[in-house]
Design a protein around this ligand. Structure first.
Ligand SMILES: C[S@@+](CC[C@H](N)C(=O)[O-])C[C@H]1O[C@@H](n2cnc3c(N)ncnc32)[C@H](O)[C@@H]1O
Length: 219
């Protein structure tokens, strides 16, 4: 029998967060302001331990050029940009002026504004318009779930060999295995999970971090 990862109880999740490097005051302020401004939508933000994991991953892989699809109020972008180091650059894609106005404020406060470029347009449009010689070391997909397969197909060719691609919410709160669940977003994630797992250009693992985080490395 193999050991299995567990879905964390609230108490165990608190323990995980308490025994990981904590978010700094700026990230705590951003999480609080996002909740104040956007209420339940604040649940779209990645959790603190996922943010720390992504920063460390960007750091240990030596990533310099990064891409984010789905930026919201900028929390994950700050984590990734901090992991890239001072000469790193992060390209962010989102469609919401309202959400990303908050992101811009916090990037400024974090001293990251000159390292992050935001393009406000449907991400598929932004990605398709990138110059042919564009190359990324690190990418994070966290936008509309129905678009994940499209984003994957546009991004994988742009990843350098050895580059790391992450996709968020790939367990859909466990609904991926509930056959009665047929919402567009869960169907989108199921399609994505099948599509990515069958892609011989990458090696990947679906990690039970947050709501499921797929991590792929391009061959
Ligand atoms: C789950 S949130 C991103 C959360 C963010 N990564 C964080 O940790 O705070 C999803 C974001 O995707 C954006 N979005 C939705 N459809 C999009 C599209 N077609 N292209 C680009 N962004 C899109 C939404 O405006 C929203 O800000």
């Amino acid at each position: 029998m193999t050991r299995r990862s567990e879905q964390l109880s609230e108490a165990l999740h608190e323990y995980v967060v308490a025994h990981s490097s904590p978010p700094d005051q700026l990230l705590l302020d951003l999480a609080q302001e996002t909740l104040r401004l956007f209420g339940a939508d604040a649940g779209m933000q990645i959790g603190p331990e996922q943010g720390t994991f992504m920063r460390l991953l960007a750091q240990v892989t030596g990533a310099r050029r990064a891409l984010e699809v789905g930026t919201f109020t900028g929390y994950s972008a700050i984590c990734v940009a901090r992991g890239l180091g001072t000469d790193g650059r992060l390209l962010c894609c989102d469609v919401s002026e309202e959400f990303t106005t908050v992101a811009r404020t916090y990037w400024q406060r974090a001293g990251l504004a000159d390292r992050i470029e935001l393009r406000l347009a449907p991400a598929a449009q932004t990605l398709a318009a990138l110059p042919a010689d564009t190359s990324f070391d690190f990418a994070f997909i966290d936008a509309d779930k129905a678009g994940y397969v499209t984003y994957w197909d546009l991004i994988v060719p742009l990843m350098r060999p050895g580059g790391v691609l992450l996709a968020d919410n790939t367990l859909s709160h466990g609904k991926v295995i509930d056959q009665a669940e047929q919402s567009a977003s869960v169907e989108g994630i199921r399609r994505f999970n099948e599509h990515a797992a069958a892609d011989s250009r990458v090696e990947l693992v679906l990690l039970p971090i947050g709501d499921g985080l797929t991590m792929a490395r391009k061959h």
